[in-house]
Design a protein around this ligand. Structure first.
Ligand SMILES: *[C@@H]1O[C@H](CO)[C@@H](O)[C@H](O)[C@H]1NC(C)=O
Ligand SMILES: *[C@@H]1O[C@H](CO)[C@@H](O)[C@H](O)[C@H]1NC(C)=O
Ligand SMILES: *[C@@H]1O[C@H](CO)[C@@H](O)[C@H](O)[C@H]1NC(C)=O
Ligand SMILES: *[C@@H]1O[C@H](CO)[C@@H](O)[C@H](O)[C@H]1NC(C)=O
Ligand SMILES: *[C@@H]1O[C@H](CO)[C@@H](O)[C@H](O)[C@H]1NC(C)=O
Ligand SMILES: *[C@@H]1O[C@H](CO)[C@@H](O)[C@H](O)[C@H]1NC(C)=O
Ligand SMILES: *[C@@H]1O[C@H](CO)[C@@H](O)[C@H](O)[C@H]1NC(C)=O
Ligand SMILES: *[C@@H]1O[C@H](CO)[C@@H](O)[C@H](O)[C@H]1NC(C)=O
Ligand SMILES: *[C@@H]1O[C@H](CO)[C@@H](O)[C@H](O)[C@H]1NC(C)=O
Ligand SMILES: *[C@@H]1O[C@H](CO)[C@@H](O)[C@H](O)[C@H]1NC(C)=O
Ligand SMILES: *[C@@H]1O[C@H](CO)[C@@H](O)[C@H](O)[C@H]1NC(C)=O
Ligand SMILES: *[C@@H]1O[C@H](CO)[C@@H](O)[C@H](O)[C@H]1NC(C)=O
Length: 597
């Protein structure tokens, strides 16, 4: 069960410091091996029993605590009753889209099979997370953290914290992922979530009307006077969340692999798919415990009160329980200007080193000439062929039976078209498997124009991009005058406010086929994604790793598939934790209290 992530992770992860001379091996870089069993677990985070997706029996899954340039080998056993792929959000998989774990590059792992991912966290540092990428499965869990530490030889731009804490926040439904799929398939929207989970647990009972008795909540144990690095990931379905810790400043230091200019926030909006690290000083007098809150943004807060995650920050010298009202959210209701200004205030520390000793800012993105421009516009869901779908530039992505990258490897024609429009498509929306033709070593400008009524966050696999601008209204060529060409932060997931645009710049130096998608699970499921294909025109095997030996095959290449006899490690879970099982809940909380002793 979800305990205190990093400590449990350490017991699950087996590390071996060897370099095996098979497959793509980077001499000298350590290997870390992970053995994962992905299966259902019956829990009741909000008091209603349901099957969630656990990894080695843990929900959320373990945090992978690794270091720049390590090679990760992750053997994934699919004990679900449906196909599975795990994707590694923000991990760049340099030269290696074969390991990206999305349908455009990988055939799914069939139920009862196992498959081993192998990739290097090359030239990266920072806080990321993994999750199951298919069919809304993330709405049932299956996520966990990826912490990539600096190598010893490279300075971190702040003192060593006294502890490292990972928090997963996200909206949650008591309906399971298969029922949620049906809602979308039937042309409805998902409606209001039933709550927000923090580390897989429901809210602390801060209000007896709003929170039922017996809900298991998360406790973070700390010592007075110490400073902790708290990594927060919004792993939810579609709700933007405001994160805050009562009476404590959040000193923002890192976002998705970039060290930021360090600034204090009393609260920060974290959109679906985004990751942030804060340094938090335990500088209060511990008259009581403190609330850790993640509450829904840009909604009618009277109606959405239930959609609030509440965990407890417990000082070892605390004199009592937290009580009274939660710390206030920003008081701006439907006005998104505050949130946009907050996002704009997050900048890159150009003088800090990161994965390499030279300053992050030595890549002067602002002086590179743009070679390709794409304006990608999404709209509210539309009906195509009688089905509810979402679009980008009028095209609703239709996944082919044969993954795009695999089709190229085998020179199959007709799997996709390389003709994604550079501007919003006029005319009726349509289904298509249309791919963006990225120029290798080109510098691409992408403008996301959100014509929907909710925040959409966009994520690009394989890359970090520079967020150079965002504003309300329609983007025009003149909008470029407002771009931040100096210290826009490099990250992999950016929010696009409704009725607004966000512009990013990306250097296409990573060969492969890369997914560009909304992280909002509902609109992603309905087709709001595309792929960018980046090919080195020179015929060399140096810029892309070979197809892995264990590749799975499907669609038109199914004949190459080496069959596995389905084998299940876990039967559909028997470990039931009911909301009212207080003794069990208490036992689960016990380990939390010993973490920092
Ligand atoms: C992660 O690993 C680093 C060393 O590689 C270690 O210093 C740190 O304590 C670990 N963090 C956690 C939370 O286990
Ligand atoms: C989801 O819940 C429905 C009942 O509402 C049930 O029939 C179905 O088996 C459940 N699916 C999973 C994966 O738990
Ligand atoms: C499945 O797991 C076994 C070990 O349990 C491993 O030897 C084998 O290579 C794995 N199969 C794949 C395709 O990764
Ligand atoms: C930026 O990084 C430098 C180099 O590590 C560090 O000394 C400085 O404090 C950082 N500045 C801010 C504002 O975060
Ligand atoms: C608990 O929440 C309800 C419903 O929002 C509200 O009416 C009530 O005042 C709250 N109780 C306390 C003690 O804050
Ligand atoms: C952030 O707030 C803490 C107090 O919580 C303070 O000690 C620190 O100086 C502040 N840092 C900055 C950069 O404002
Ligand atoms: C410290 O705790 C006392 C209650 O014991 C409270 O009255 C006081 O305001 C607190 N001080 C700070 C700085 O929080
Ligand atoms: C928010 O919801 C409440 C309760 O449904 C309603 O009374 C109120 O008018 C709504 N406020 C706005 C601004 O829509
Ligand atoms: C960018 O383009 C301008 C004008 O087309 C040209 O003068 C300049 O040399 C180019 N800069 C780079 C870095 O290629
Ligand atoms: C894709 O772009 C490359 C240049 O990067 C070009 O040579 C090729 O013709 C383009 N393909 C299509 C189908 O437009
Ligand atoms: C959507 O686009 C239409 C046409 O350009 C525009 O009138 C409308 O204001 C836009 N709505 C949003 C929320 O962006
Ligand atoms: C890469 O290509 C070179 C020459 O083109 C060849 O000698 C070498 O064996 C290839 N390496 C792999 C791993 O395919």
């Amino acid at each position: 069960m979800a305990g205190f992530r990093p400590v449990l992770a350490a017991t699950v992860v087996a590390l071996f410091w060897v370099c095996v001379l098979v497959g793509p091996c980077w001499a000298g870089d350590p290997f870390a091996y992970f053995d994962w069993d992905v299966s259902y677990l019956t829990v009741a985070p909000l008091g209603v029993k349901q099957q969630v997706i656990a990894i080695n029996g843990e929900f959320p899954g373990p945090v992978m605590n690794v270091t720049t340039n390590w090679n990760l080998v992750v053997n994934v056993q699919n004990d679900l009753d449906e196909p599975l792929l795990i994707t590694w959000d923000g991990i760049q998989h340099r030269k290696n889209s074969w390991q990206d774990g999305v349908l455009g590059t990988n055939c799914p792992i069939p139920s009862g099979w196992n498959w081993t991912y192998q990739f290097q966290v090359k030239d990266q540092i920072g806080s990321f997370f993994y999750f199951p990428s298919l069919n809304l499965q993330r709405a049932a869990g299956g996520y966990g953290g990826i912490t990539v530490n600096n190598r010893e030889v490279i300075a971190v731009p702040f003192g060593k914290p006294d502890g490292d804490i990972t928090l997963f926040i996200g909206d949650w439904f008591n309906k399971n992922h298969t029922d949620l799929r049906k809602v979308l398939d039937n042309g409805k929207n998902l409606g209001m979530p039933d709550g927000v989970l923090i580390n897989g647990k429901g809210p602390y009972r801060y209000n007896r009307t709003l929170v039922a008795d017996g809900i298991n909540y998360e406790t973070v144990n700390v010592h007075p006077g110490k400073t902790y690095r708290i990594r927060v990931h919004n792993v939810g379905i579609f709700t933007s969340l405001n994160f805050r810790i009562q009476n404590h400043n959040l000193l923002l230091v890192e976002t998705e692999g970039s060290y930021t200019v360090q600034q204090n926030y009393t609260n920060l909006d974290i959109h679906v798919g985004q990751s942030y690290s804060f340094l938090v000083m335990m500088d209060q007098n511990a008259s009581t415990d403190y609330y850790i809150v993640a509450s829904a943004r840009f909604v009618n807060e009277t109606r959405w009160k239930r959609v609030t995650g509440v965990a407890i920050l417990h000082y070892s010298n605390s004199r009592g329980k937290a009580s009274g009202p939660l710390p206030d959210p920003p008081n701006d209701f439907y006005d998104k200007t505050f949130s946009m200004n907050q996002a704009r205030s997050i900048t890159w520390n150009v003088s800090a080193g990161a994965a390499r000793p030279n300053p992050q800012g030595s890549f002067k993105y602002g002086s590179i000439n743009v070679t390709q421009v794409y304006v990608l516009k999404n709209k509210p869901p539309v009906i195509i062929n009688g089905k509810q779908r979402t679009t980008l530039n009028g095209i609703s992505y239709f996944p082919p039976q044969t993954p795009i990258r695999l089709a190229d490897q085998y020179n199959l024609e007709g799997v996709y078209t390389l003709d994604f429009p550079t501007r919003p498509h006029q005319g009726p929306p349509k289904l298509g498997t249309s791919v963006i033709n990225g120029t290798y070593r080109g510098f691409m400008e992408i403008i996301f124009q959100n014509n929907d009524t909710t925040v959409q966050t966009y994520h690009l696999d394989g890359y970090a991009f520079f967020v150079v601008g965002m504003d309300f209204g329609e983007w025009t060529e003149n909008s470029r005058g407002t771009y931040n060409k100096w210290d826009g932060v490099a990250r992999s997931t950016t929010q696009v406010f409704p009725g607004a645009w966000t512009a990013i710049l990306v250097s296409l130096d990573n060969v492969g086929v890369w997914n560009l998608r909304t992280e909002n699970l509902d609109t992603w499921y309905l087709g709001q994604e595309v792929y960018i294909k980046v090919v080195n025109p020179e015929n060399t095997n140096k810029t892309e790793l070979p197809l892995p030996d264990n590749a799975l095959y499907c669609g038109r290449l199914k004949k190459y598939l080496r069959e596995q006899t389905p084998h299940y490690k876990t039967k559909s879970s028997s470990s039931v934790i009911s909301a009212n099982d207080k003794l069990l809940g208490f036992m689960l909380l016990l380990p939390l209290s010993v973490i920092f002793l």
